[in-house]
Write a protein that binds this ligand. Structure first.
Ligand SMILES: C[S@@+](CC[C@H](N)C(=O)[O-])C[C@H]1O[C@@H](n2cnc3c(N)ncnc32)[C@H](O)[C@@H]1O
Length: 351
């Protein structure tokens, strides 16, 4: 779902001053996230894109206090979101432009949501280490039920998925021969961006998009791109999965669920798939050594958000085995946050 770079620990022999500086950086990183979130949510990046270049002008247009807006901009200039020039004039940088609504690589909704419930759940980490799901303690419902009950939030969630996963999509499409399939079902395919890119590269393949209603609605709005000839099926993977395809995609769905729930959906896929079908789990395996990567942080995030987890290849292997499937191979992609984990029926003949 989200990507976070690992923070390298300081060298063992670091002096006390460097250690103190490093610790202060770590402890105050929340300030940066929240400043960026407010800048995006209040529309200040959009206003700057439209020509606003002073705290006075931006504050006036948004009913804010000029001195406070100035202090926000001055702080954001230290992390490359805006630049400040003489006369207290500010300009958006290419990085800051990503917080506008109109940027092709916009991350505005992600900036907002990571400082709303996706941020609030982290304040519940202490309690979550004793069990339970932080999001449910916060909102009284499971994430996907809450999104269903709040359609505006359902749409914002899908928008965030498009923003966060866009750079992975071309990397996945070039890492695997999707042209071998007659029919692909994208399970939990949401907005449909991955299916759209696969069908653009392989127009002969038939596509089915399967998701909860909110995902199907986003895809029908065209948020993930064109989906020519695709059948849209709103349904629940815990009940059943569309039958008879030779390719089933699961991008960032398994990590949203615990092992018991993953088993239910994998068993449903095992029942629905053709005997020689391939199931492609598009996630990043957590390394079993201390290789850095985004997975260990995302693991905590999904633990708080949905009770899900990131998994090592042996953990995936064990899960697949219980569902009558087996891990065939793990292919890297050019994107660091995703691999193609190819899974086949446990009794499938070797290709
Ligand atoms: C983390 S998002 C990933 C979306 C998309 N695959 C992507 O890579 O951007 C998980 C998706 O799974 C869908 N989903 C969650 N639970 C589901 C269920 N029980 N049945 C069907 N779809 C589900 C959500 O609606 C959402 O679109």
């Amino acid at each position: 779902m989200l990507k976070v770079e690992s923070v390298k620990s300081p060298k063992a022999a670091a002096d006390p001053a460097s250690l103190h500086k490093k610790m202060m950086q770590l402890l105050s990183s929340l300030w940066v996230t929240h400043a960026i979130g407010s800048f995006a949510r209040l529309g200040l990046a959009d206003a700057m894109e439209a020509g606003g270049d002073s705290a006075e002008a931006l504050a006036k247009a948004h009913g804010l206090v000029p001195d406070r807006v100035y202090r926000l901009l001055r702080a954001l200039s230290t992390c490359g979101i805006v630049t400040e020039s003489a006369g207290e004039r500010f300009a958006l940088t290419p990085l800051g432009r990503m917080l506008t609504s109109s940027a092709p690589n916009s991350m505005k909704t992600s900036a907002e949501l990571l400082t709303e419930y996706n941020g609030e759940i982290w304040s519940k980490l202490d309690g979550a280490l004793a069990g339970g799901i932080a999001f449910e303690a916060l909102k009284g419902k499971e994430l996907f039920d809450w999104l269903h009950a709040n359609p505006k939030e359902g749409a914002r969630f899908q928008r965030m998925m498009v923003e966060v996963h866009s750079p992975e999509t071309p990397a996945i499409v070039s890492a695997y021969d999707f042209g071998q399939f007659k029919r692909i079902v994208d399970v939990g395919g949401g907005h449909g961006m991955l299916l759209s890119a696969i069908l653009a590269a392989h127009p002969g393949v038939q596509g089915t998009l399967f998701d909860l209603q909110e995902g199907i609605d986003a895809a029908r709005r065209g948020e993930g791109g064109p989906l020519p000839g695709v059948s849209f099926i709103a349904g629940n993977v815990f009940e059943s999965v569309p039958e008879g395809a030779d390719g089933y995609l699961f991008r960032h769905l398994l990590h949203d669920y615990d092992d018991d729930d993953c088993l239910k959906m994998l068993r449903n896929v095992r029942r629905a798939m053709k005997p020689d079908a391939r199931v492609l789990v598009l996630e990043k395996t957590v390394p079993t050594d201390d290789t850095p990567g985004p997975g260990r942080w995302l693991d905590l995030h999904v633990m708080l958000l949905t009770g899900g987890r990131e998994r090592t290849a042996p953990e995936y292997q064990a899960l697949f085995g219980k569902a009558g499937l087996k891990l065939n191979r793990v292919l890297p992609t050019a994107h660091p946050a995703v691999e193609v984990i190819e899974v086949v029926a446990a009794d499938a003949r070797p290709a």
